[in-house]
Design a protein around this ligand. Structure first.
Ligand code: UT7
Length: 330
């Protein structure tokens, strides 16, 4: 009898644009200051994708190419591409298709997945099911967002938060018990009142009014989102540990969505984890929405050991939130 097929992450790739937007830059653009931004969010600088004609796929494509290089595979071997994003190149076709075209992933089918800041977790869980089914051998999950395309740089409550980046993982079958062990995902449409991009969809198609009223930008009512996020991310992470009979001592790393250092600290505390087990790079990249978690995995990859138990956790627009338990495979 063959063993159960798990989905394991076997490679990580990422791409960050070179241009930086620092707190000092923002001080010159809106009424804010470095001290406020750092103490309320933990952010010092973000990366911005500059240049005409560049879009989310132009960060996703090099990230996936790096992943292929590291794993020693040709893009033509990829079976499926899932692109998690709220800033697709266009509303359609899917950015996943565009990435496939740009890198020569000619045998892959693909689609976009919209779960805002939890997008990567939702994508990994979906990709895991495809691998576990036995039908697919190589599924790429990309988290990529060009947040600078939808940020209003006159709104100090949001423009200090977001940055641009892409990160990705390759999922492959593993029959030795490594890989994705469990996922606990949630969503609640009540969140649409607090965090949204109002226009450009079927409810409010683009018009002169929607542009004039700045409805194509991201809007966030920060305080309620903060409250939901602190509770949601901590609850779900604690529940995931409990139902897998684990405590904080068993966990090598927490990989939290990077929206606010205070939300991350609350989650780590609730799980009983010390700071040194928490991946934190919000200071250098800000909130890159679906890219934050794979970007952390990419930066910490050399510190991860085979068999490490890792928890990924996120909260975001929708609301969407969740946590995923991984037994690292390499
Ligand atoms: O990733 C998706 C999910 N998103 C999140 O998880 C984000 C959740 N929310 C947050 O992280 C926080 O709510 C923010 C970082 C967005 C804001 O922090 P806050 O501690 O909730 O601040 P606040 O919105 O309550 O504003 C406090 C004060 C206000 O002034 P008054 O009314 O007390 O006089 C704001 O007007 O800070 C003011 N303020 C600023 N001051 C300087 C707001 N933005 C700024 C700014 N610089 N950039």
């Amino acid at each position: 009898m063959s063993n159960k097929i798990n989905a394991a992450i076997t490679a990580v790739g990422a791409f960050v644009p070179e241009d930086k937007l620092t707190n000092a830059d923002l001080e010159r653009m809106v009424e804010t200051n470095d001290e406020w931004i750092k103490s309320r969010t933990g952010i010092s600088e973000r990366r911005i994708q500059k240049g005409k004609g560049l879009a989310t796929s132009d960060m996703g494509a090099p990230a996936v190419l790096e992943l292929c290089r590291k794993r020693g595979i040709d893009p033509g071997e990829i079976d499926c591409m899932i692109c998690c994003t709220v800033t697709p190149d266009m509303l359609f076709p899917a950015t996943a298709n565009i990435i496939c075209d740009k890198i020569g992933a000619i045998n892959a089918w693909g689609f976009d997945l919209n779960a805002a800041c939890s997008g990567f977790l939702f994508g990994v869980t979906t990709g895991t099911a495809l691998i576990e089914s036995g039908r697919y051998k190589k599924v790429v999950v990309v988290g990529a967002d060009k947040m600078s395309a939808i940020v209003d740089y006159t709104d100090r409550s949001t423009c200090i938060l977001f940055g641009d980046a892409a990160g990705c993982v390759l999922l492959e079958p593993n029959e030795d018990g490594y890989g994705i062990q469990d996922s606990l995902l949630k969503s609640d449409g009540i969140g649409r009142e607090y965090l949204y991009q109002r226009a450009g969809g079927s409810l409010n198609p683009a018009s002169i009014e929607t542009v004039t009223n700045k409805q194509h930008f991201i809007f966030q009512d920060g305080q309620p989102v903060f409250k939901f996020a602190v509770k949601g991310m901590a609850d779900v992470s604690a529940e995931l540990l409990e139902r897998n009979n684990l405590t904080g001592d068993d966990i090598a790393w927490l990989v939290p969505h990077q929206a606010n250092k205070r939300i991350i600290d609350a989650t780590a505390n609730r799980m009983g984890l010390s700071q040194d087990k928490v991946m934190l790079n919000i200071e250098r990249y800000g909130n890159t929405t679906a890219a934050t978690i794979p970007l952390c995995l990419w930066e910490w990859e050399s510190k991860l050991n085979k068999g490490d138990k890792i928890v990924l956790a996120a909260f975001g627009g929708g609301f969407t939130w969740g946590a995923t338990l991984i037994k690292w495979a390499y």
